[in-house]
Design a protein around this ligand. Sequence first.
Ligand SMILES: O=C[C@H](O)[C@H](O)[C@H](O)COP(=O)(O)O
Length: 230
Amino acid sequence: MSDHFKQQAAERAADDVTSGMRLGIGTGSTAEFFVHALAKRVGEGLDVIGVPTSERTRELASGLGIRLTTLENLPELDLTIDGADEFDAGLALIKGGGGALLREKIVAAASGQMTVIADSSKEVAILGQFPLPIEVVPFGLQATSNAVLSVFDDLGLPQKLELRGGSGQPFVTDGGHYILDAHLEAIPQAQFLANRLVAIPGVVEHGLFIGLATKAYVAGSDGVKTVLPV
Ligand SMILES: O=C[C@H](O)[C@H](O)[C@H](O)COP(=O)(O)O
């Protein structure tokens, strides 16, 4: 059922795209529905150019005939459409469940607008039930993990950090980094935590997206609703 909702939200976002737009194209199962909906419109004559946020999305979108480029060639975008793991009433997000958070955040920050597409299960009163992904360089992994844990300690957050994939075969991002998933349960001071995390050497980026999303299409049993940040 949730796949059906993801598809509805994605199709609603695809309706907003007009010819000439420079698009950031997100990653994940919801974003994949968007890629299919966009490809259908491209097949009907819509003329857009897209920057994918992952190799996975690049392969899918190019295979479906969507014209793509890189952010190097097109550093300013009109609109990014992407999924989220959680969002709150202010449209602060947790992203990175699929490991694409770094490119997703760079692309969203280069876009005039960002539309989140999600099923209603992603809406939360407070972020943090979904584990917060923190992308780190492999060098100095233990030292970086310790520094992250020390920030959690300072903020009274749970000290539970897991290397995605496990130490035997860590998950490697498109940028060649690892991901630490932080099981925080609730993040009451998201901006403060974000500031502390990016100040740690070895942390490349984290999955808190604050002040980036300008709109969300959220699909549930009542249909697709539009959410604007409060
Ligand atoms: O790294 C992955 C992305 O941030 C995804 O957009 C996010 O995990 C949501 O994915 P899904 O649409 O599959 O729930």
